[in-house]
Design a protein around this ligand. Sequence first.
Ligand code: TXA
Ligand code: MG
Length: 372
Amino acid sequence: MEQSVQWLFARQSGYDERQYDMIKTRCVKADEQTIREAGKILQEGGLVAFPTETVYGLGANALDEAAAVRTYGAKGRPSDNPLIVHIADIESLPVVARHISEEAMKLADRFWPGPLTMIFQKSDVVPYGTTGGLDTVAVRMPEHQVALELIRAAGGFVSAPSANTSGRPSPTCSGHVMDDLDGRIEMVLDGGDVSIGVESTIVDMTVLPPAILRPGAITKEMLEQTIGRVTVDPGIVRSDVHPKAPGMKYRHYAPKAPMVIVSGEPGDVVRAVNCQAERDRKAGRRTGVIASSETASSYQADIVLVIGTRGDEAAIARHLYGLLRQMDAEDVQAIYSESFSGEGLGTAIMNRLGKAAGHQIVEAVDLCGEEI
Ligand code: TXA
Ligand code: MG
């Protein structure tokens, strides 16, 4: 299906890879004037990247099939991977979604605007181009003034995947967006660094009990306090089960170098990583380490990047994608990362780290054999 849908879109839109390098991308500071201009670009079928509290999004008019096609083209994203429709007012929800349950309204009341995306049956105004051919639609109301103003200026419905090239870490500042999409979109609204750094929690409201399809800053515990039991899609915690959110099956958030997450007691992790880095060095490989501030100074590797202190998960989440991009820029050939607690926001951190590492998680004691 993936190929034929893409082929059909390509034919319908006259999409041609060569036309991209002709676009001049303007990266401008977000203000009243530039947001108004950006809204006009979206209304005319163009693409504008903008800040949200989670990550930067690549905005398009969600009700315009051709704009969805351009979005997939600019990201190099498979067109069976649906987009999230961003709204600015609760009145917009029933325009795009059907069968909105009482539980969904409770979650919207408590967590919108905020880093929560809910899946509903789609209404007829949402084109299949936006939903990747699905009868369901993902909806989110972001908590960022620039995002909310842009959505209103664009007419109320903005589809926005993360504004990265497909397969790269999501962008947490406008520079990341320019690195990936310069020449492929009309405008980037610069609103500084994002505050959360990992994408929204996705909850499927079309099933009972509702199911978390992607962990984020709104945790399972927070959802359950509001609506009672929710389940977790097994596909997001195990690498051998097919995830239900189409996008979660792709190797996402990937740095260029192979990455291994090393778990265990901090002292064991340091010894194992240093031992492995020494082997890499002998083999001529440049190594990078992602470390907490508690242990960073103990590593001997070519590059050691500090992700934050273990006591501050919010900081770890905020720094994660930028660090993965920095590893690419440093051109390392092997990356070792410390492991973090899988509780609360830690669930989202370990989910993204795990995907970046292609689920290679090893115990420190197994990494370097007898030598540690
Ligand atoms: O925080 C966020 O959600 C960011 C910002 C820009 O709002 N957006 C974002 O979009 O992360 P994206 O496209 O990178 O990820 C959307 C995820 C994908 O995994 C996709 O498969 C899933 O949402 N999704 C979208 N619509 C869906 C649907 N109808 N059913 C199941 N999964 C869906
Ligand atoms: Mg994404």
